[in-house]
Design a protein around this ligand. Sequence first.
Ligand code: F3S
Length: 82
Amino acid sequence: KTYTCVDKDTCIACGACIVVAPDIFDCDDEGLAENILPGDQNLGIVEVPEELLDSLDEAEDGCPTSSIRVSASPFQDPKSEK
Ligand code: F3S
């Protein structure tokens, strides 16, 4: 399983991830990237679908500030979120 979220503290809104993985990332009101998988809210709690893993790899490799975080386990416990 694969989970991802954007570290908005380091994202510089370069937009590369949104170009290579538009099904996973889009920009928020401030232009920073975030995980847009349904239900994720950039918490890194929704499993990235298999068919999007290639684009996730590309986004992770292409981010100039290494702000795309990827993990085999959820970044937060979904139950702890409102
Ligand atoms: Fe931000 Fe990196 Fe995407 S800087 S917009 S997370 S490619």
